[in-house]
Design a binder for this molecule. Structure first.
Ligand SMILES: Cc1cc2nc3c(=O)[nH]c(=O)nc-3n(C[C@H](O)[C@H](O)[C@H](O)COP(=O)(O)OP(=O)(O)OC[C@H]3O[C@@H](n4cnc5c(N)ncnc54)[C@H](O)[C@@H]3O)c2cc1C
Length: 400
């Protein structure tokens, strides 16, 4: 292939795109990876759940990059009830620049070619893609993959943007940690707070250098000012009623795909010679907004379909491989995410034992070990949404 030609072209070098580039390049395929930013501090909590750490241990174990491993997690219910759980497996928290650098370095070592620029156009001609970057340079590839995040340019052109019902908005502050560690009561725990009347939650994630505070809510549910108000109060409460000086607080905000139930059945993530992965495909947990696991998992499934699990598939029947990917993501996590969408309203606004669900669960977890176990599994990403309520009820009634 000539210099501007490759078998695969991937737009987006975040977790989804970089991991796919690694898998394809390691299987000996030629890969172009485009991203205007390279490794950057993407607006994100950077929380990598235990399931991702375990399933992708070859990426995270002994990776030698700074990250915080947190074994304690406090939940605060709308009524102000608290429970602190001791996690058996840690919740790992990365700066996104560090995480992206880790994954991008792997892609480069595997042989992917990284081009620091944006994909600005593409056209299918005679069974291949003609891709434009920065509106000027031209590239060619057989398969084009959109890994360009929640605001995906490729998605917009190939299937259309996410409708409002499929999007959440998240705001946050990274608060410098040097003084914070002394001021804050216990920095090495994750805190999740469920405010009343919010289809979302607040979080505090201690990173190695900052505390990452954030709030997530369905787009259009609250105004930006209302969400920022909730967030500022949360940060202030965390520091005993006093906000850190503005110079120590860095604001961020971005959208997350959190698909509504009707959107799953006709969700399209492939077509002739193209595929979408990660946020661009809509793969984030509709209840929590967590998407790093699904970015890695969807790119793994696409790589399995294209080059086989051992990287040895010689066939280049792309359409068959893309159809296989479409089936595998639905089977591996699509149904569970669809279940999560169906339970979104009940999760945040439903009643359980006569209380708001999070109040009831926190109350029960304080006294019932079984409920605590189910809750821990849910927080580690290891509890299926389809059985969450059943398992909570079963555990709750075990002790009565
Ligand atoms: C505030 C916030 C907090 C979050 N917290 C968490 C969390 O704690 N844990 C968790 O699991 N998930 C979290 N998420 C979700 C998580 O950030 C995403 O699910 C995850 O980053 C998706 O990875 P991705 O590779 O699909 O997309 P991204 O990480 O968004 O990467 C997309 C890449 O594409 C590049 N790009 C964009 N346009 C183009 C273009 N035209 N051409 C080429 N490249 C392009 C961008 O520069 C970017 O690097 C959070 C999201 C937000 C907004």
């Amino acid at each position: 292939m000539t210099e501007n030609c490759s078998e695969y072209a991937i737009a987006g070098g975040g977790p989804a795109g970089a991991h796919l580039a690694t898998r394809l390049a390691a299987a000996g395929r030629s890969v172009l990876l485009f991203d205007p930013r390279g490794a950057w501090e993407k607006p994100c909590g950077g929380g990598v759940p235990a399931r991702a750490v375990r399933e992708f241990s070859h990426l995270f174990k002994d990776c030698g990059r700074p990250r915080n491993q947190v074994y304690r997690l406090t939940l605060i219910s709308p009524a102000g009830k608290r429970i602190t759980l001791s996690l058996k497996q840690p919740f790992e928290i990365y700066s996104r620049e560090v995480l992206n650098r880790l994954l991008l370095d792997r892609a480069l070592s595997a042989g992917a070619r990284f081009v620091q620029t944006s994909v600005t156009g593409f056209l299918r001609q005679n069974g291949e893609w003609r891709i434009t970057t920065n509106g000027r340079e031209e590239w060619r590839a057989r398969v084009l993959v959109g890994a360009d995040g929640a605001g995906s340019f490729l998605r917009r052109r190939l299937v259309g943007i996410f409708p409002v019902r499929d999007v959440s908005i998240a705001f946050g502050y990274n608060v410098e940690d040097s003084k914070v560690r002394r001021e804050s009561e216990d920095p090495d725990e994750v805190i999740i707070k469920f405010p009343t009347k919010l289809t979302g939650y607040l979080w505090a994630f201690p990173r190695t250098d900052v505390i990452n505070f954030g709030v997530i809510s369905k787009l259009g549910e609250k105004t930006s000012d209302e969400l920022r108000g909730l967030l500022v109060n949360f940060v202030r409460d965390h520091f005993g009623g006093r906000l850190p000086e503005p110079g120590r607080m860095k604001f961020f905000g971005a959208k997350i795909p959190t698909l509504a139930l009707p959107s799953w059945s006709d969700l399209k993530s492939t077509g002739e010679g193209w595929a979408l992965i990660g946020d661009a495909a809509g793969f984030a947990d509709p209840i929590t907004g967590e998407g790093i696991y699904y970015a890695l998992k969807s790119s793994d499934l696409l790589a399995d379909a294209l080059v086989g699990e051992d990287g040895n598939l010689p066939a280049r029947n792309y359409e068959e491989a893309l159809a296989r990917y479409e089936r595998s993501w639905r089977k591996e996590f699509g149904r569970d995410l669809e279940q999560a969408s169906s339970r979104l309203q009940q999760f945040y606004h439903g009643r359980f034992f006569g209380h708001a669900i999070s109040d009831a669960v926190v109350r029960l977890a304080r006294t019932h070990k079984g409920v605590r176990i189910v809750l821990e599994r849910a927080l580690m990403g290891e509890q299926s949404y389809s059985t969450l309520k059943r398992d909570l009820l079963r555990r709750a009634f075990q002790v009565f």
